[in-house]
Design a protein around this ligand. Structure first.
Ligand code: GTP
Ligand code: SPV
Ligand code: MN
Length: 605
């Protein structure tokens, strides 16, 4: 066989060749570069990106293989208002998604992409979501004119010829077209065509908008496929807890963007949990399917982590610090004069001077932040010292618990357990959380974010709830369902619960419940730990009072919560399954009974 030069075509699959050729004719790049995923290719592309100033090489002694990228200042987070589900009818997209008619949207986008890569290179990125050979894995091909996207996709997915191995001769692959255009918010669209397994993203080169394997394929398109095919695509971390005796229990947890998945998936237990160990399977996305034994099995479709940087340090998340210690692309952190990186919440004092995420001079006296609040690291999962040995298991890992959790300053206790599956689906469906910097728009406003999927569900949210309910029939041993909140605040605005490693105490109760080893007290909300049995050993004085405060059910707060849930269900119109409306009624009546015997003002929920 003649030796292949970097960038030359490496696939003979006709469906791939035809589709790429059609996109080439549309976008008219000067050059098409077929990625193979090799080390040699990575070196060449990285050198090219550095020479063009797209990547800045960091101090290679401190940060081997690491680079900094600065995105356009208008392009620093997911753009939910510019994200569309283009299914044939508006009803299929549902009231929580932006919808556009597919034919019209194709026309509009094709006009925008017409000649858009003139003078540029089109990178052809074959990628595999999930382990090679897994029946759950899916293939995508992303065409992009961003070398930063090409290098990031290499970290975040199993990129290269391995994807063609999974595809074999078939034409069953996601077609993803990404054009940077002029990175102008007024010409920015992230569009999904679930029925065509197609994504077109224009005008953004940031994270979830541009790395099409992640939110676009692995959540929006996959959630639609999963409903057709009887599985689940969820915004969930997957972790394994190993006991000193070697027993491994796997849990999946859905927290909204920037609400703690990466941190939880990399948890290091406090000293007193000697012999306990948490293994990371995934930190953002879970694909789950019932197995022959009646349990729910999960794979992580990703190959790396695109994690929030600010607040990460050797105390809060040493595992993440190790993940980003080599071969990592940082986006929108600050750069020091000696080519080190800095961000708010890093260990040690801020540098006396540096260059902020926009490239402007910064000192501790500056009023703006040095790193963008949504600055991120893209690191290969193989950097993770706690990477689960099961991460490449083609069958996935059996899930014992599903944990829902939002960022709530009030109302929501630290932890409770659903009475059963359907009650758990209701708890997930009514989740609320404060908005974060992960999406463009206001930060800190409580909104409903069902199952942490509000921005990621590729079809009608009511039908999605129905799918969750229906999945129960396919599992003789369904996961138990829990709700947690690490973010409840006290009267002075401080977090009541220390979080991070101490979340092991909550996780321990959860897995003990799953394995039939811990008591639960029945409350209006669900099962709660018995406070006197909850493991607080090694925590500072006052921990018992703080736990009690974190678990408190405050009727006035729940009254408001029920109203907010009602508003949300009303917004979904007739699409909410009646089972969930009934669960809300049951909760209201339990709380109403609780209010009997309370002072006048607290009664009548
Ligand atoms: P996405 O990648 O956007 O989907 O987010 P994520 O859910 O993986 O969020 P991540 O773990 O990166 O956490 C984001 C923010 O939450 C960071 O600022 C963390 O410092 C903070 N955080 C995470 N866990 C805890 C916790 O247990 N307690 C508190 N108080 N903050 C936490
Ligand atoms: C999120 O916003 O949930 C993320 C980051 O995980 S991004 O990939 O940019 O969507
Ligand atoms: Mn996410």
């Amino acid at each position: 066989m003649p030796s292949r030069q970097l960038g030359e075509v490496l696939v003979s699959n006709k469906a791939v060749l035809d589709w790429v050729e059609r996109q080439r004719q549309l976008c008219q790049p000067d050059r098409v570069f077929w990625c193979d995923g090799s080390e040699e290719e990575k070196k060449a592309l990285t050198a090219g990106a550095v020479s063009r100033g797209i990547l800045i090489e960091l101090d290679q002694k401190k940060w081997p293989g690491c680079h900094l990228h600065r995105s356009h200042p208008s392009d620093v987070a997911r753009a939910e208002h510019l994200t569309y589900i283009c299914s044939p009818t508006e009803a299929e997209a549902g009231p929580t998604n932006n919808w556009a008619d597919p034919a019209q949207m194709y026309k509009r986008l094709h006009a925008m992409c017409d000649g858009a890569m003139r003078g540029r290179t089109m990178y052809v990125i074959p990628y595999l979501m999930g382990p090679l050979g897994s029946p759950l894995s899916r293939v995508g091909i992303e065409l992009t004119d961003s070398i930063y996207v090409a290098l990031s996709m290499r970290i975040m997915t199993r990129m290269g010829s391995t994807a063609y191995d999974q595809l074999a001769g078939l034409d069953d692959f996601n077609r993803g077209l990404h054009c940077m255009l002029d990175v102008d918010p007024s010409r920015r669209f992230i569009c999904h065509f679930p029925q065509d397994n197609t994504i077109i993203s224009v005008g953004s080169a940031y994270g979830g908008n541009a790395l099409l394997g992640k939110k676009c394929l692995a959540l929006r398109i996959a959630s639609w496929m999963a409903r057709q095919e009887g599985w689940m695509a969820e915004h969930m971390l997957i972790l394994g807890v190993e006991s000193p005796a070697g027993e491994r229990t796997y849990v999946a947890a859905a927290f909204p963007s920037a609400c703690g998945k990466t941190n939880f998936a990399m948890l290091i237990p406090p000293a007193h949990f000697n012999g306990w160990k948490v293994w990371t399977v995934g930190d953002d996305i879970a694909w789950m399917k019932p197995g022959a034994d009646g349990r729910l099995y999960a794979i992580n479709p990703e190959n790396g982590y695109f994690g929030v940087v600010p607040g990460t340090n050797w105390k809060s998340n040493p595992t993440a610090m190790q993940c980003m210690s080599r071969d990592t692309i940082f986006t929108n952190v600050a750069l020091t004069p000696d080519l080190d990186v800095w961000w708010e919440g890093k260990d040690g004092p801020p540098p006396s001077e540096c260059v902020d995420w926009k490239g402007a001079p910064w000192t501790p006296a500056s009023k703006d932040k040095a790193a963008h609040p949504n600055s991120r690291f893209a690191a290969p999962m193989t950097n993770n010292p706690a990477l689960s040995p099961e991460v490449n298991n083609i069958h996935g890992v059996p899930i014992s618990a599903i944990i829902f959790g939002g960022r709530r300053a009030d109302t929501m206790p630290l932890v409770y357990q659903a009475f059963n599956w359907i009650h758990g689906v209701y708890i997930g469906a009514t989740m609320g959380s404060e908005t974060t910097a992960a999406a463009a728009g206001a930060v800190g406003e409580v909104r409903r974010d069902p199952m942490a999927m509000l921005p990621f569900c590729g079809y009608n949210m009511g039908a999605y709830f129905q799918h969750w309910i229906a999945m129960r029939q396919h599992m003789q041993r369904p996961p138990r369902i829990f709700h947690v909140n690490w973010f409840r605040k006290d009267g002075s605005g401080k977090f009541i619960w220390p979080g991070f490693g101490d979340n092991m105490r909550v996780l321990k109760w959860i897995i003990d419940r799953c394995n039939g080893r811990a008591h639960g007290d029945e409350t209006e909300l669900g099962w709660m730990p018995r406070l006197e049995e909850f493991d607080l050993e090694g925590m500072p004085d006052g921990a018992a009072q703080r736990l009690e405060a974190a678990q408190r059910i405050v009727l006035s707060e729940w009254r408001r919560e029920l109203d907010l849930q009602d508003h949300f269900f009303t917004k979904l119109k007739g699409d909410v399954p009646k089972e969930l409306l009934l669960q809300r009624e049951l909760l209201a009546s339990r709380l109403s009974m609780m209010s009997q015997g309370m002072p006048e003002g607290d009664r009548a929920v």
